[in-house]
Structure formats: structure tokens, C-alpha cells
Write a protein that binds this ligand. Structure first.
Ligand code: TEU
Ligand code: CA
Length: 518
């Protein structure tokens, strides 16, 4: 029986570097701040870290607009800081996944500066330049994310438009040009040679484009750049990337951000085991706190992914969306139950830094809004200590603190065994103990309305049962002979005792059916 690859059994922790910890007093988190807090991540028990971009960038999209893929922005530190971080993380058994943004560069990237310098420039074709439509105006009807305006900007000097699926400061690369493919493969080699374990690949479904760039059908227009989606060209490019990763030793992986809100489409990006190792599947992230809606998401994922041998991923929060505690109405009890849900499902869970503290979004006053996409609230700084400046280096952080930093911070919650932070730690420890939680099958079991229950089973015989009460009522599970010990309870109550059959309002339980009271 062969061991599954690490990325199937890992819990991944996403760090947005700007918001994690500032060590030099400029109000922006840095690589040294991440390194300083590796002990927190080791204590928590995560297996891998995904770092959002720390590359050289003019920061029009806070690092998702890259002007040098192979260097660290001075705001975050140096390549030496990065190497030290990788080494320290690896010493603690924590893997490093870096963000890679293949669809677009910054307009300040030397490639684009050259490309726009003249129609005859050898790099002209590295980006997507087109003449105005007959009669003037943009070449097609595509709409850009964030602005909602045309995905094309006119360049006076050369009399053509360039394509940008996001901000005008983020021109799309032309992946139909083999020189672009080779240059971007070189970027991957640069980081693979530095020892990274994998890549989180930004909007990877957008890299292949229809050669004639046809208009989007009218019904797609409200969804930015949807007409570019789901191109056969992308799948061919992904197979090339996969071959590159597979040529390195040590199970290097890529998890793709396939921002298509349709699991059937997302599934195709796994190929036949020759494209993405993992793909984000966002419909669950956009599913409200509702048992029936979640049941349906779990069924869809099993139906679409299991038959093709694709391993699921689960995400409740990230740097692009309101934190799930905030989305689910703000109750900590629900955030706790959501932790049991996320860590009890079949697949690789992704935690977003701060969710282990039960953070809510910051309230960002109008005069402190900085993100063109309105995503500042979830990017609030992480409070490490009770007293201001909460373990940051002094200067006001670039965004306001999330609510209640004086109590909702790492030091205070570590001191309190009843905190949500300790709940996350117990759940991560339970996953490490249990092959069924890490890699077992999932089958839904009978539960009262408003409640989801499922069994995880591993070929070794190891089993766990999970029950999540989405409702505000106390419920009794059907008398199906379900017994065992409560291993983890979202509110901490009754852990180590026999399961009584009762589940409290907003409560979630992890039960070990094989265990008996000692
Ligand atoms: O996000 C892709 C994406 O589609 C989102 O921008 C989404 O439309 C929006 O956030 C919904 O609120 C990725 C990155 O995660 C994001 O941070 C970048 O801004 C974007 O790509 C461009 O690189
Ligand atoms: Ca700093």
C-alpha cells in the first residue's frame, strides 16, 4: 500500500504576507514576520504554507501585478530572507507553496515595457495587442474584473489596444507564443531550484485563449472574462506545466485557482491526472450556512471528482472574499462548527490565516479603502499580542485591525484552552491521528433536518463520524446504533465522553465510533 502524496493529506495555511506580521516598522507584513511566527504554525499543526505574492510589484493589485517574477519586493525583504524562511519551515516539516501569476504581469514588467514600445519590438507578441474594432473602440466586448469596464486599454503611441482581464496595470500574457511559455517555465524552475514544494496558480483557467478572441455571448457579460473560460488551449498548457513539475524530485505540486463557479468544469482541469494536482472549487465558498445547500455541494463534489480520481479541495475563506465567520452572520459558535466541517470533509483543506483565531473582517472606513476590488476587510492585520501594536513593529498597519484585537489574538487565545484556536489545534491533531479523516472515503448518513452527518472510512478499518448542526435547535440523531466517543466538540463539551445522540444548537462533533470509554 503506497503512501498518498503529501498534498492529499496536508492542511494548507494561506498567508497574505502584507497582513501577517511587520518586523521593520513600515506597517506592512514581511517575510521576516512570517519566519518569526513559524512556531505558531508548527504548534497549530499545519502541514504546508501557501504564500500570496511577495515578488517585485508596483502593488496596483497588492502583488498580483508582478514586475519581476524572480525577486522579492524590498517591501517584503530579500531572496536571502525567502531562502531562510524555506529552510526554517522545512526544518519544522512545513512545506512551502508559492503563488504564481501566469495570466498577467504588471504593466511595469520589462517584458511589457518592451512590448508596448513599438509594433516591431520582438516582445510585441508576448502580450495581446489588437487593432481597434472597425469604426473604432475596443476589439471585442470583454469586460475587465474590478473596473467592470472594457478589458482593453488603448495605447496612443502605437495605435493598438492591449488586453487586461483585470486592471489596466495587469496586461495579459500571450501564452500562444512559445517564447512566453518558455520564459514562464523558467520562472517555475527558478523557484523549484530554490526548494519550493508547489505553486498556487492564479486564475489558471484564463491562460489559454481562443485565437480570434471572439465576443462574449450577451448572457456572459455580467461575469467578467467568462468568455475566455474553458479553452482547450489551457489544458494543453497545463499538461506542459505538469511535465515540468514531474521532472523534479519530491512530489512538487500545483493547485490551480480555477475561478469557474461550476464544479463540472473545475473537474476537467485535473485532466486525467496529467494537469493540475488540485483545483480550487469555489461553489462551496459561496454556499451559505445551510445544511441542505452544503449537502448538495458535498454530493456534487463526490459525483464530479471521485469517478475521475481527482482529489477535492475545500476553502471557506481567502484574501478575495469576506471571511466565513462574517459571511455566516458573525457567530463564533458557527465559525467553530464550520471548522469541524472544513476539517472533516474528504479532500485538502485550505485555512486562511486568522480563521484559526475566529477573526471577522475589519470594518474599513471609506478613507482607508485601498483595494480596487473592495477586499480590504478580510486582509486586516493578524493581531499577535493583546496590547497595541499587537506584536507588529509599531507603525499603524496598512489596514485597520479586525474587531476585538485585545482578546482575539494569538497570545490570548493560546492561553485559553477553550478558545477557537485550541479547537483548530485539536482538529488538526485529530486529522494527523486518523487515516480515515486524512484520506478515507466519505458517505453521508441519516440526520434530522438542519443537520449534516457523514462517515469517513479507511481501508485499515479506521473510521470517524462527523455531525454538524447548522440549526439553532438541539437535535437528537436517529437511533441507528451510532455510538463511540466524542473526540472533538466544536464547543469543547463532552470530549472524551460517550456520544449521547444529542447535538446542541450550532454544535459540531467528531466522533470516534471505534473508541470505548476507558
Ligand atoms: O483572483 C481571481 C478572481 O477572479 C478574483 O479577482 C475575483 O474575481 C474577485 O476577487 C471576487 O471578489 C485572483 C487573486 O486571488 C486575486 O487576489 C487577484 O486580484 C486576481 O486573481 C488577479 O490576479
Ligand atoms: Ca514590514
Amino acid at each position: 500500500m503506497s503512501e498518498p502524496p503529501w498534498w492529499k493529506t496536508s492542511v494548507v495555511y494561506q498567508i497574505y504576507p502584507r497582513s501577517f506580521c511587520d518586523t521593520n516598522g513600515d506597517g506592512v507584513g514581511d517575510l521576516a514576520g512570517i519566519r518569526r511566527h513559524l512556531d505558531h504554525l508548527e504548534w497549530l499543526g499545519v502541514d504546508a504554507i501557501w504564500l500570496s505574492p511577495f515578488y517585485r510589484s508596483p502593488m496596483a493589485d497588492f502583488g498580483y501585478d508582478i514586475s519581476d517574477y524572480c525577486d522579492v519586493d524590498p517591501l517584503f525583504g530579500t531572496l536571502a530572507d525567502f531562502d531562510a524562511l524555506v529552510e526554517d519551515a522545512h526544518d519544522r516539516g512545513i512545506r512551502i507553496i508559492v503563488d504564481w501569476v501566469p495570466n498577467h504581469t504588471s504593466d511595469q514588467h520589462p517584458w511589457f515595457v518592451e512590448s508596448r514600445s513599438g509594433r516591431d519590438n520582438p516582445r510585441r507578441d508576448w502580450y495581446l495587442w489588437r487593432d481597434p474594432a472597425p469604426g473604432g473602440g475596443p476589439p471585442n466586448n470583454w469586460v475587465a474584473a474590478f473596473t467592470g469596464g472594457p478589458a482593453w486599454t488603448y495605447d496612443d503611441a502605437t495605435g493598438q489596444y492591449y488586453l487586461h482581464s483585470f486592471l489596466p496595470a495587469q496586461p495579459d500574457l500571450n501564452w500562444a507564443n512559445p517564447e512566453v511559455v518558455e520564459a514562464m517555465h523558467d520562472v517555475l524552475r527558478f523557484w523549484l531550484d530554490r526548494g519550493v514544494d508547489g505553486f498556487r496558480v492564479d486564475v489558471v483557467h484564463l491562460i489559454g485563449k481562443a485565437p480570434d478572441l471572439p465576443d462574449d455571448p450577451e448572457e456572459y457579460l455580467p461575469i467578467p472574462h467568462s468568455g475566455l473560460n474553458h479553452r482547450p488551449e489551457t489544458h494543453e498548457l497545463l499538461r506542459g506545466l505538469r511535465r515540468l513539475l514531474d521532472s523534479y524530485p519530491g512530489d512538487r505540486m500545483m493547485v490551480g485557482e480555477v475561478y469557474l463557479l461550476d464544479t463540472t468544469m473545475v473537474a476537467t482541469y485535473y485532466g486525467s491526472g496529467d494537469e493540475l494536482h488540485l483545483a480550487f472549487n469555489f461553489p462551496p465558498l459561496y454556499t451559505p450556512w445551510d445544511a441542505e445547500r452544503w449537502r448538495s455541494q458535498i454530493e456534487i463534489v463526490s459525483r464530479e471528482l471521485d469517478p475521475i480520481g481527482a482529489w477535492p479541495t475545500w476553502v471557506l475563506s481567502n484574501h478575495d472574499n469576506k471571511r466565513h465567520r462574517t459571511r455566516y452572520g458573525g457567530s463564533e459558535a458557527r465559525a467553530r462548527a464550520a471548522a469541524v466541517l472544513l476539517l472533516g470533509l474528504r479532500g485538502t483543506p485550505f485555512l486562511y490565516a486568522g480563521e484559526e483565531l475566529g477573526l471577522e473582517d475589519a470594518v474599513v472606513p471609506d478613507d482607508r479603502v485601498v483595494d480596487p476590488g473592495g477586499r480590504d476587510g478580510c486582509r486586516a492585520p493578524i493581531p499577535w499580542e493583546p496590547a497595541p501594536p499587537h506584536g507588529w513593529a509599531g507603525a499603524d498597519p496598512w489596514l485597520p485591525w479586525p474587531p476585538e484585537p485585545g482578546t482575539r489574538n494569538v497570545v490570548s487565545e493560546r492561553e485559553d484552552p477553550a478558545s477557537i484556536l485550541h479547537l483548530y489545534r485539536r482538529l488538526l491533531a485529530a486529522r494527523r491521528r486518523s487515516p480515515s479523516l486524512r484520506e478515507g472515503d466519505l458517505s453521508l448518513i441519516d440526520a434530522p433536518p438542519g443537520v449534516l452527518a457523514w462517515r469517513r472510512a479507511h481501508q485499515s478499518g479506521d473510521e470517524r463520524v462527523l455531525i454538524v448542526n447548522f440549526s439553532a435547535e438541539r437535535v437528537t440523531m436517529p437511533p441507528s446504533g451510532l455510538s463511540g466517543l466524542v473526540e472533538v466538540a466544536s464547543d469543547g463539551s463532552g470530549e472524551g465522553a460517550l456520544f449521547t445522540g444529542e447535538v446542541g444548537p450550532d454544535q459540531a462533533l467528531l466522533i470516534d465510533p471505534g473508541a470505548t470509554a476507558s
